[in-house]
Design a protein around this ligand. Structure first.
Ligand SMILES: [Zn+2]
Ligand SMILES: [Zn+2]
Length: 392
């Protein structure tokens, strides 16, 4: 944090070392979607120790810690707890001991920053109202946030607003990027099976070659964003898988194409979806092939609400200094299941800069490691947000 003027809360600074120990403990024991048993028990134990009412079991491993003092408003702060299915390549003494699992998205840091704020808020109680600290499972792919909402998160724990954040290793430590409106895109997935007719490779006229047809489909899919969407709208159609054939002298029966799409506006989703259908149907028909298309809806876009974004900006400015706020960041085409909470309740989601160097490993890189210097910064942002908003 050298050279960065910040208003980190002194009480929180005092347990930076303790938070680092928690973070590294969670890092060494990564757990993936809905299996965050150890992590969830760790969180529940800490919250109980700090004096929170603890609820366990929403979305399986979800934890909600509640603390009330005075009669002010109620807000929710959310952190995610899950790791990724990847092999860590770091060699530090707290590297993952769970083979094929890794905290490569920094959710170990998110959980720790919220626990740090939890400890501070319980010790100081400089607020009036109620906080619900929401620790969710399965942010990566599986939609643990969605499941918590479906299982009655906001009926059991009604809030006036809900807040989230993500560490951002391409942003310098101590900066915050946030904007009203879309922060992150929606994501969907698709599977296409082109069904041809197998034949001898030397007698293609006797078959229907799914590889040639799939190739045309893939090339034509590129025209959705370049020729179908308005140049002023954002969208992505990416093919990430193609599988067909096993040997040199056989035309296979089928080809599988899989991929993902990203968008912000529902009308763009409709355009992308119907364009994929039109392209696949007509190219297959032109070549006498059959097809199956499965278009699966994923997370909605993460869209910040105006009033809560303004409040978050004020708090972030106090903690980090206004010169460290980036208020017009481009939204990213990545996706986030905090979007489900923001669809139910007004709130704000922001990016907290955590870079150590100009060239830190990115999120989901096997060499990534959450920057522990960010722990007191994120915890102070959470604590200040509560103190700023929860007043009589
Ligand atoms: Zn991730
Ligand atoms: Zn993440």
């Amino acid at each position: 944090m050298q050279g960065v003027m910040m208003n980190i809360k002194n009480e929180i600074k005092n347990f930076h070392e303790e938070m680092t120990t928690w973070r590294r403990d969670i890092h060494a024991h990564p757990e993936t979607a809905f299996e965050e048993v150890r992590t969830s028990a760790f969180v529940a134990e800490k919250l109980e120790e700090f004096g929170y009412m603890v609820h366990q079991g929403l979305a399986g491993t979800g934890v909600v810690g509640t603390l009330s003092t005075g009669n002010g408003p109620t807000i929710g702060l959310r952190a995610d707890m899950d790791a990724l299915h990847m092999q860590e390549t770091n060699n530090h003494n707290y590297k993952s001991i769970n083979d094929g699992k890794m905290h490569a998205c920094g959710h170990d840091g998110h959980t720790t920053m919220l626990l740090g704020a939890a400890k501070y808020l319980a010790e100081t109680k400089r607020f009036s109202g109620t906080i619900h600290l929401i620790f969710q499972p399965a942010e990566e792919n599986e939609g643990g946030g969605k499941r918590m909402v479906e299982e009655g998160l906001f009926e059991k724990f009604p809030v006036e607003a809900v807040y989230g954040l993500h560490n951002w290793p391409s942003l310098p430590l101590g900066k915050i990027a946030v904007r009203e409106g879309p922060m992150m895109a929606a994501y969907d997935r698709f599977d296409i099976i082109v069904k041809g007719r197998g034949a001898h490779a030397a007698m293609p006229n006797q078959g229907v070659d799914p590889i040639v047809i799939a190739s045309q489909v893939i090339m034509a899919l590129q025209t959705i964003t370049s020729r179908t969407l308005s140049p002023l709208d954002s969208g992505v159609v990416t093919v990430t898988q193609i599988h067909s054939g096993d040997t040199y002298n056989v035309i296979p029966e089928k080809a599988h194409i899989g991929g993902t799409t990203r968008w912000f506006k529902e009308e763009v989703q409709d355009q992308i979806k119907s364009s994929i259908e039109r392209i696949v149907k007509n190219i297959c028909q032109a070549h006498n092939a059959d097809y199956e298309l499965d278009y699966m809806t994923g997370y909605p876009p993460t869209v910040n609400h105006k009033e809560q974004t303004e409040l978050a900006i004020q708090t972030a400015g106090k903690v980090l200094g206004e010169e460290n706020l980036i208020l017009d960041p481009d939204p990213t085409m990545g996706a986030e299941d905090f979007s489900y909470m923001l669809k139910e309740k007004p709130g704000c989601y922001l990016f907290l800069g955590t870079a150590r160097t100009d060239n830190d490993p990115t999120l989901h890189n096997p060499g990534y490691d959450f920057n522990d210097d960010a722990l007191p910064i994120g915890a102070s942002y959470w604590a200040q947000l509560v103190e700023d908003q929860l007043k009589d």
